[in-house]
Design a protein around this ligand. Structure first.
Ligand SMILES: NC(=O)c1ccc[n+]([C@@H]2O[C@H](COP(=O)([O-])OP(=O)(O)OC[C@H]3O[C@@H](n4cnc5c(N)ncnc54)[C@H](OP(=O)(O)O)[C@@H]3O)[C@@H](O)[C@H]2O)c1
Length: 323
């Protein structure tokens, strides 16, 4: 089968498609024919680390990609919840799902039925980013009527976060650049702050929850925006968010920082499915790349300017057979 892996070292490493052995599902896994996958910043951050640590001696054993949407073509001996022919989506991410491949084996506890009203493309980019938003709001116990500030509202995580926060009944103030104001408003944000024009950390407003999808901020930089007992939730993808989460855990600080570490489970994916099917949630697609152009998709993600999600079309619509 075809699968994406990394060739070369460090910053000049390229994502390439190669022949790999088709996996066999374990007893609690299904084998999914992958129709669509995506790129997440974690992918290229991990590539940089791996290409620096593992020398390129003709092959590296891993296949990249986390998110997938596709069709079950085989199932393990103990699988009862899914059948061959089911359309599913999800991710594994205990390091990597190996999703950017013709076929991926994945535990049934990490997938759910694909929302019936959306395409594999819209479903296949959603799991990691949308679950990050949903699980961030769960750890913050975001409630109806609460005021939330979402920083990085136009990215992969942010576009889902705005919609999920609205679906939970929160009043949403979104931070994005002038480029994305209309987009973020169209997703339901009640108020929008253009970070290129205004220093939002000096705003008069105060919030019950601050959700920083960028991880460029910390509870300290946003202290004046937080109500008594307010929570700062970070995706800790950058050093500032990461250190803020560690300091908050080690020392008593004025405002607690919570760090979301996304993981896939069927219950949370089912919640997303329900939101998609109620049309309370939709995927914002920044761009779509063919499997052969996967390196370009990574380059696009590395710009840090994606508006929503980047899709990888693993199965072309006119493709009939696979090896
Ligand atoms: N902990 C976890 O489990 C977890 C899970 C998922 C993601 N993450 C991390 O979360 C971060 C975001 O992920 P993502 O998928 O949303 O990334 P992304 O899609 O690449 O984010 C790109 C977006 O960020 C916006 N942006 C850039 N700088 C900004 C700023 N200073 N203020 C506001 N918006 C800004 C850009 O808008 P403009 O072009 O308008 O600036 C663009 O729309 C990454 O660091 C990722 O590694 C962590």
């Amino acid at each position: 089968m075809k699968a994406a892996t990394v060739k070369g070292y460090g910053s000049i490493a390229k994502v390439v498609v190669k022949e790999k052995k088709r996996p066999s599902p374990g007893k609690n896994d299904v084998l999914v024919e992958v129709h669509c996958s995506s790129v997440n910043p974690k992918d290229w951050k991990l590539n940089k680390a791996i290409t620096a640590l593992i020398p390129d001696v003709g092959f590296r054993p891993f296949i990249i990609g986390d998110d997938l949407s596709g069709v079950v073509v085989e199932k393990g001996s103990e699988v009862t919840e899914f059948d061959v022919g089911d359309e599913v989506y999800g991710m594994d991410m205990r390091l990597r799902t190996s999703a950017c491949a013709d076929y991926a084996s994945i535990a049934t506890s990490r997938i759910a039925r694909k929302p019936a009203n959306i395409s594999h493309r819209e479903a296949g980019v959603a799991p990691l980013a949308a679950l990050t938003a949903l699980q961030g709001f769960k750890i913050a116990e975001l409630k109806r009527g609460q005021r939330i500030l979402i920083i990085g509202a136009s990215g992969g995580v942010g576009t889902y976060a705005v919609q999920i926060a609205k679906a939970l009944g929160a009043e949403v103030t979104a931070v994005c650049s002038y480029r994305n104001i209309d987009l973020v408003k169209s997703l339901g944000a009640d108020h929008v702050i253009d970070y290129t024009e205004n220093d939002f950390t000096n705003n008069e407003d105060s919030f019950d929850v601050i959700f920083d999808a960028t991880s460029y901020e910390s509870a300290k930089t946003c202290a004046s925006l937080m109500q008594q007992g307010g929570l700062f939730v970070t995706t800790f993808g950058q050093s500032k968010g990461f250190s803020s989460a560690i300091i908050s855990r080690l020392f008593p600080v004025q405002h607690r920082t919570l760090a979301v570490t996304v993981e896939s489970n069927t219950d949370d994916l089912n919640e997303l499915t329900e939101l998609f099917e109620k049309r309370a949630l939709k995927t914002v697609l920044d761009s779509e790349f063919s499997f052969g152009d996967i390196d370009e998709a990574y380059q696009r993600s590395m710009t840090g300017r994606a508006k929503g999600k980047i899709a990888i079309k693993v199965l072309e619509s006119n493709q009939v057979t696979r090896k």
